[in-house]
Design a protein around this ligand. Structure first.
Ligand SMILES: [Zn+2]
Length: 291
């Protein structure tokens, strides 16, 4: 039976052995315990390489694997991390080549793209266009099947307000500068993102206004995708998916998309899971190997 290793690098590094779109055995996670500060932020690119290599060897347990798929945040091209606003140390790093000296069959993908592939595989939709938003420190936009292009949807411009400058990439007016966890912390220096959303539910005016802004921003970036590529289902996942009110998001989207051939889109929340990304990374690696 064909076995592939899937690796997801998002808030942590999660690695699993995959067969027939299922994870076999336990997922290996680094770091093992939840830490308040993102441990990968301060890790040099070479440290990430060692960490991935050790975990791949651990889950493979000496057995042969056909391919290794890795999902990593940022603009990925030909195995190189061309840019990664939330992992500055990885910019320009050739992760695929660095790993290939120790492991064979390594393929590198964007992290949100592997989430899209994981959703497609686990929901039996490998023949459909899958679009997904991943909400974390950064905002990812993933597509399956992946296609040529950049697809940095998280950096869609959703406001012309020049004061909106919290995005990790430095660009003004970006979706990630509103909805990304890192940018929320910069905006509310006195509150954690969880407190902002709790205060909004309790009626605090400043927090309520921000929660509406978050939903309008995500609806706006989705509307842009619909106006470019047509309607469909948009999945929303990632650690911060808990902040999203899907009913509000649907209403706002329908105010923004009015042309009749573009109607019929909907949002679907998918609980965040490492397995989904691991399976997706394996699916994309299998496709890259067989094509
Ligand atoms: Zn940006």
């Amino acid at each position: 039976m064909r076995r592939t290793v899937g690796v997801l690098v998002m808030e942590h590094i999660a690695v699993g052995l995959v067969e027939s779109h299922k994870v076999l055995g336990a997922v290996s996670i680094y770091p093992e315990s939840v830490q308040s500060l993102d441990p990968l932020q301060s890790m040099p690119a070479e440290g990430i390489v060692d960490c991935i290599r050790q975990q791949v060897e651990k889950v493979a347990r000496g057995e042969e694997v056909e391919a290794i798929g890795i999902g990593f945040p940022g603009i990925i091209k030909n195995g190189v991390i061309e840019d990664s606003p939330n992992f500055h140390q990885a910019k320009g790093f050739s992760l695929q080549a660095a790993l290939s000296s120790a492991l064979s069959g390594v393929h590198l993908f964007n992290d949100a793209d592997v989430m899209a592939a994981g959703i497609a595989a686990t929901q039996g939709k490998l023949n459909k266009l899958i679009r997904v938003w991943t909400l974390g420190n950064g905002i990812g936009f993933g597509r399956f099947p992946s296609s040529e292009g950049i697809w940095e949807g998280g950096h869609s411009v959703v406001t012309l307000d020049p004061k909106e400058n919290f995005c990790g990439c430095g660009g003004r007016g970006h979706l990630e500068g509103i909805l990304g966890r890192r940018s929320m912390r910069l905006r509310f220096l006195d509150l954690e993102p969880e407190e902002v959303f709790e205060n909004a539910s309790a009626g605090d005016a400043r927090c309520k206004e921000f929660v509406t802004l978050c939903h309008r921003a995500l609806a706006a970036a989705t509307a842009t995708s619909i106006h470019m590529e047509g309607p469909g289902t948009f999945f929303v996942t990632g650690p911060e998916v808990k902040f999203i009110d899907i009913g509000l998001l649907d209403r706002l989207l329908h105010e923004m998309v009015k042309m009749s051939p573009l109607q019929g889109s909907r949002f679907e929340l998918v609980p965040t899971s490492d397995e989904m990304g691991i399976i997706g990374a394996a699916v994309n690696a299998d496709r890259a190997t067989s094509s």
